[in-house]
Design a protein around this ligand. Structure first.
Ligand SMILES: [Mg+2]
Ligand SMILES: [Zn+2]
Length: 312
């Protein structure tokens, strides 16, 4: 499939990291076209158009995964609420506390637009942006499952031109009420229908969300999931991943620690990452390998397999 010559070209011209990422995306496209000759599946996009299951679903946690910081903490800090936040933190659940912070901003005369302006300053790693665009351009489905809220997530993604890349954002609802105040409510109704999962915070069980994906056409045995996350709340969905799926925990963060405390409980292959560069490189590499091996060419990965098949 021209892999060796592709590598020689990449190594000889020594492009910048961003250029290398974009070049890798182009190589992936070329390889998936070439693969069609001896490995029948057409591109994932065309499979979707034919009404069949998507080949690859990439599920992102948001805070400290897709973005390097925590969007809730960002707004609290940037809008001068740190003291009140610390004072109330021991007294209420996280989502209620953030809703309370929004009430405080409203009482100070801050508008929803002011909050949006603050969110627009959240940085997003350029290579993470490129990798998301590359994955999307291959017809893979991208989803976000997050314990932040819809307003924060959509505002940040829109600012970086990425909102259209995601087919679904599953998170705590947020809306502007008739007084112009932003309200944030829990994803699950914690009073009338608690989710009952002991691993997850009361407002959201991400495992239930993953169960829903797996019960849909996305649960087809030919589909591969890649789940990226960092926090304790990402552990429950990771236990649902199957042997053909992939898990990308952020190294040194609570999810990574939970996984390695009993590695046998997670069936998916684990590929850790530390920062935005690493995330992008690992994700593109996995995409490359999965697309090369799907359908007529069975997956033949091992946990020890080298991760650097593309020289990014
Ligand atoms: Mg997170
Ligand atoms: Zn759960």
């Amino acid at each position: 499939m021209g892999t060796r010559s592709d590598r020689l070209i990449v190594l000889s011209i020594r492009p910048s990291p961003l250029a290398r990422l974009l070049l890798a995306a182009l190589l992936l496209h070329r390889r998936s076209c070439l693969a069609a000759a001896d490995c029948p599946p057409p591109s994932p996009a065309s499979r979707d158009e034919m009404g069949k299951a998507a080949v690859l679903v990439v599920v992102f946690d948001f805070d400290r995964t897709l973005i390097d910081c925590d969007s809730d903490n960002w707004v609290v800090t940037e809008m001068g609420l740190t003291q009140l936040f610390r004072q109330l933190y021991p007294t209420m659940p996280w989502t209620s506390l953030m809703n309370r912070m929004m009430r405080e901003l409203h009482s100070q005369g801050k508008s929803v637009e002011d909050i949006a302006e603050c969110l627009k300053r959240v940085p997003l790693h350029p290579q993470v942006i490129s990798s998301i665009r590359a994955v999307h351009s291959h017809g893979c489905q991208l989803k976000i499952v997050s314990d932040a809220n819809r307003f924060f997530i959509e505002t940040i993604l829109k600012q970086h031109g990425l909102l259209h890349c995601f087919s679904e954002i599953i998170t705590n609802p947020a809306f502007e009420d008739e007084e112009g105040r932003l309200r944030i409510v829990p994803f699950h109704d914690t009073v009338c229908s608690p989710h009952g999962c002991s691993l997850c915070p009361p407002n959201m069980c991400k495992g239930i969300v993953l169960d829903r994906f797996l019960a849909s056409e996305l649960g087809d045995e030919n589909t591969r999931f890649i789940y990226l996350g960092d926090g304790k709340g990402d552990y429950c969905p990771c236990l649902k991943l199957r042997t053909q799926d992939f898990l990308m925990p952020r190294k040194g963060f609570p999810l990574w620690e939970k996984i390695w405390s009993n590695r046998n409980l997670v069936k998916a292959q684990v590929h850790e990452w530390s920062n935005g560069d690493d995330l992008a490189r690992t994700l593109i590499d996995l995409l490359d390998r999965i697309l090369k091996n799907l359908d007529a060419c069975p997956l033949d990965f091992t946990h020890e397999a080298p991760l650097r098949s593309i020289p990014l």
